[in-house]
Ligand binder design. Structure first.
Ligand code: CTP
Ligand code: MG
Length: 250
C-alpha cells in the first residue's frame, strides 16, 4: 500500500478537477457523454467517486456540461461522497483546455497538488490515482499515468488527392511510445502557469507543462483507466463494472 493511501502529510492538500463539459460526439446522439449511464449511474458520478476514493483528495471540482451545472449538483447530492471530500461545480467551456482552466479558476488557494481527470475515464482504479499523487509529492511538477502500446503506430501525411489512401511517412519506435491516461497530477502553481502561458490547442494538460520546458514523468497507468470514446467502450465499461461486482461478492 502506498504512503498516499495511509496518510495525508500535514499542509499538503490535493484537489481533483474533472472536465465533464464535452458533448461526446464520437459516442453518437444522446445526452452529454459525462451524463450517460453506466450500469444505471452517470459516468461522471463514477469518475468523481474514483477520485474521492483516494484518501488524499479532499476536493473535487466538476466542470459541468453547458446548462448542466444544476443537474450535476443534484446528482452529486444524490450520490454521497466520503465525509472527507468536498465538491464544487462550475460550468465548462468550448474546448477541454478552456474547461480545465475554468475548473482551476474555481480552486480555493489552499491546494498545492491538482489532479486533472477526464469524466470520460470513469473506472480508473484508486491505486493509479494514488501513484500519481505520490509522484507529485515526491517532487515531480507533472505526472502522467501511461501504458505501452499494443499497436504499431505509423505517421501519415494527407493523400495527394482527397479520398486516396494516405501515404506512410514514418514508423515510430513502439517501445518508446506510451498511451497517456488521466488523472494527470501537477504542482498547482506550475499547472496554472502552463494554462496562462500556452495558447496552442492541446489534448492533455501535461503537454502544456512540456511546452514550459519542464520535465513530465510517467507512472504506470491501468487498462481500466481507458477513455470511453466510442459506443463499444460503453460495453467494455459495463463489463468491467460487472466483473468488479462479481469479484466484490455483490
Ligand atoms: N471536455 C470538457 N469540455 C469540452 C470538451 C471536452 O470538459 N469543451 C471533457 C470531456 O467531458 C471529457 C474530457 O474532456 O471528460 C475528454 O474529452 P473527450 O473524451 O474528447 O470527450 P468529448 O469531447 O465529450 O467527446 P467527443 O470528442 O467525442 O465529442
Ligand atoms: Mg473531445
Amino acid at each position: 500500500m502506498s504512503d498516499v493511501s495511509r496518510s495525508s502529510p500535514a499542509g499538503i492538500r490535493t484537489a481533483a478537477v474533472i472536465p465533464a463539459a464535452g458533448r461526446g460526439v464520437r459516442l453518437g446522439p444522446g445526452a452529454p457523454k459525462a451524463l450517460r449511464a453506466l450500469n444505471g449511474t452517470p459516468m461522471l458520478i463514477h469518475a468523481v467517486h474514483a477520485m474521492a476514493a483516494s484518501r488524499a483528495v479532499s476536493l473535487v471540482v466538476v466542470v459541468a456540461p453547458p446548462g448542466g451545472a444544476a443537474e450535476v449538483k443534484s446528482l452529486l447530492d444524490a450520490h454521497a461522497l466520503p465525509e472527507r471530500t468536498d465538491f464544487l461545480v462550475v460550468p465548462g467551456g468550448d474546448s477541454r483546455q478552456e474547461s480545465v482552466k475554468l475548473g482551476l479558476d474555481a480552486l480555493p488557494p489552499d491546494y498545492d497538488i491538482v489532479l486533472v481527470h477526464d469524466a470520460a475515464r470513469p473506472l480508473v482504479p484508486v491505486d493509479t490515482v494514488d501513484a500519481v499523487i505520490e509522484a507529485v509529492r515526491g517532487g515531480a511538477v507533472a505526472v502522467v499515468p501511461a501504458l505501452p502500446l499494443a499497436d504499431t503506430v505509423k505517421q501519415v501525411e494527407p493523400a495527394a488527392t482527397p479520398g486516396e489512401p494516405e501515404p506512410v511517412v514514418a514508423t515510430l519506435e513502439r517501445a518508446l511510445l506510451r498511451a497517456v491516461q488521466t488523472p494527470q497530477g501537477f504542482d498547482r502553481a506550475t499547472l496554472i502557469r502552463a494554462h496562462e502561458t500556452v495558447t496552442d490547442n492541446v489534448t492533455d494538460d501535461a503537454s502544456m507543462v512540456e511546452q514550459l520546458g519542464l520535465t513530465v514523468v510517467v507512472v504506470p497507468g491501468h487498462e481500466e483507466a481507458f477513455k470511453v470514446t466510442r459506443p463499444l467502450d460503453l460495453v467494455l465499461a459495463e463489463a468491467v463494472l460487472a466483473r468488479r461486482r462479481l469479484n466484490d461478492g455483490f
